[in-house]
Design a protein around this ligand. Sequence first.
Ligand SMILES: *Cc1c(COP(=O)(O)O)cnc(C)c1O
Length: 432
Amino acid sequence: MVNTTIKTTKSQEIFAAAQNLMPGGVSSPVRAFKSVGGQPIVFERVKDAYIWDVDGNQYIDYVGTWGPAICGHAHPEVIAALHEALEKGTSFGAPSVLENILAEMVIDAVPSIEMVRFVNSGTEACMAVLRLMRAFTNREKIIKFEGCYHGHADTFLVKAGSGVATLGLPDSPGVPKSATSGTLTAPYNDLEAVKALFEQNRDEIAGVILEPVVGNAGFITPDAGFLEGLRELTHEHGALLVFDEVMTGFRIAYGGAQEKFGVTPDLTTLGKVIGGGLPVGAYGGRREIMSMIAPSGPVYQAGTLSGNPLAMTAGIKTLELLQRPGTYEYLDQITQKLANGLVQIAQETGHGVCGGHISAMFGLFFTAGPVHNYEDAKKSDMAKFGRFHRGMLERGVYLAPSQFEAGFTSLAHTETDIEQTLAVARDVLSNL
Ligand SMILES: *Cc1c(COP(=O)(O)O)cnc(C)c1O
């Protein structure tokens, strides 16, 4: 292997200092590179499909700030809209027409959403939707799936994906038993297990929440009939179906997984893309259910910065860009080329892998698969993934530093970027 070890002196200095200042040196756990080994890279700026670190190295980026950067980083039209909005102030804490505009766009796009409430993160959206599920059904138990991530609220920290899976953490200390005693879990893609939970907890289950396509246990797609089956089961038992589309919303199709698969949940959570890189989350659903939210109803939920004008502006402009013709065709084309190429090259170089993509979301596991759920995902060779990650990084390709995260492409990734990435992957995989 050519020694391409990059110069990371400044990154190391800054990260060493950070470790004294913040737990693990980071503001969110997976960023610390714990599961792939080595030091994390400290970044200075982003543009289009690229990121630059503090030592001047350039990378092709497939993290896309964990999903929001679907139009490419620092898109000139988003930046221009933000400049204009900035001149009018950074926060109103009062109604603005920007909220109407983004709300209308979300309602038009997402089949299940008739009314929407904006919050500041995906975690907040999921916390709020949980309270609403329980209030509407007057039931307390919920069903979630192993390896699915719905933010870091107590109730969801049971067999959670993302950083919890990445770090192999047990369900978190500090979460009271009372918060999780009503959280029932089933393996993803296992309708029989869900059926059994409904039988064992008759008239007690408020609803089922899931990532309709999993991105937080690596990339896992729903088997044929799984989403439809959940729709039927929840109907049958008077429970709500909630799609957590914080990752998939406006990414795997403009209307999210519910548009893509033609299954309409009762409630939906959103985040990531709808903030265009600023902090936004949202939840929405049928008018009848959403009307229970304060002040139109009794279910309390509020936020000082919710509906923030800068965040709304970035979201509006991002969705406008996504509405342009050819967006999802292009995203699918380049991501297919990338995902298929990675699998093919890995197989040619003698590695047991499986992977795939839907639109601008992809994944690669170091196991021959197939991967239908979190247990299957855990069969992936983590040490090998770590070496693959480091090899790609040292040759200028930035992948999520965890086997349990999906990869993301954007409108800014060119065919040349993909070809270059595949050439790098061939070099790395041949020498792994
Ligand atoms: C990222 C994510 C969340 C949490 O969103 P934050 O903005 O990080 O709080 C929740 N659910 C899913 C499916 C996510 O991918």
